[in-house]
Design a protein. Structure first.
Length: 257
């Protein structure tokens, strides 16, 4: 005969399992939120939405352009962590839920699929040309994460992405049939330079961690020669100059032709 305590133990174990599962859910969500690099994604989305607003387009276009860029950047942040999971484990990089096994790879892949399904209609709502340009930044980002970001050409993906985002803004509109115009060449070129500088700025806090692994991207190579403090001040000065030049071009020539 089964002792009554066994049934109680089973119930207690089941309750404990359910409580444990419930307790893990917020942890999974927090881990996923960290893996998509939300601050960087939100910052870039706000910049794009601001540029659309400065072009005099209606608020609904600010929102849809910013939302499309936000989802695209969240997806790229997740792809970046998925591609770097082994490197992050070796270097013990902080703030990497996938490398720390706080976020299962399957959950991250599922989230990436959902983000992609959201991205396509959001991108195309800005127009077929603009949407295609935004989706091209996704391809550039994947190529960057898979093959370029650990070496000397780490700057290429950043430069290309920022230039493409400028074109996304200039060609954008409302609805799939929307057709804007090409960006002002000087503004697009400055955006590409800004992308390189942002790459350096983003890489600076992780130089020590990157140096422990196989990464030898452009910022690390420069820092090993000049020292991180000098690189920081040079990057900050460069950002001020380039942003000032972009503002000047936008005021005198505009963003789109």
């Amino acid at each position: 005969m089964q002792a009554p305590v066994a049934s109680g133990s089973s119930d207690a174990a089941g309750a404990t399992g359910r409580a444990s599962s419930t307790a893990r859910t917020p942890g999974q969500l927090r881990s996923l939120a960290r893996a998509v690099h939300p601050r960087q994604a939100l910052a870039l989305a706000l910049v794009v939405a601001t540029l659309v607003a400065l072009m005099g387009r209606p608020p609904r276009e600010w929102l849809v352009s910013g939302a499309a860029v936000l989802v695209c950047q969240l997806l790229l942040g997740l792809v970046d962590d998925l591609c770097d999971v082994e490197e992050d484990r070796v270097t013990q990089a902080p703030g990497k839920p996938l490398a720390a096994d706080h976020l299962p790879r399957g959950n991250a892949t599922y989230a990436a699929t959902v983000l992609l399904l959201l991205l396509v209609p959001l991108a195309l709502q800005n127009g077929l040309v603009a949407g295609g340009l935004l989706l091209t930044t996704l391809v550039v980002g994947v190529v960057h994460d898979r093959w370029l970001h650990r070496g000397l050409l780490s700057w290429v993906g950043w430069a290309a992405t920022f230039a493409l985002l400028t074109a996304f803004v200039s060609y954008g509109g409302w609805g799939r049939e929307a057709a804007g115009s090409a960006p002002v060449p000087a503004f697009a070129a400055l955006a590409a330079v800004l992308g390189v500088l942002v790459h350096v700025a983003v890489a600076l806090p992780d130089l020590v961690t990157d140096h422990r692994g196989t990464v030898r991207h452009l910022p690390l190579r420069i820092a090993l020669r000049t020292g991180a403090p000098r690189l920081f001040f040079a990057t900050a000065a460069g950002l001020v100059v380039v942003v000032g030049a972009m503002v000047y071009v936008a005021l005198t020539q505009g963003i789109a032709r």
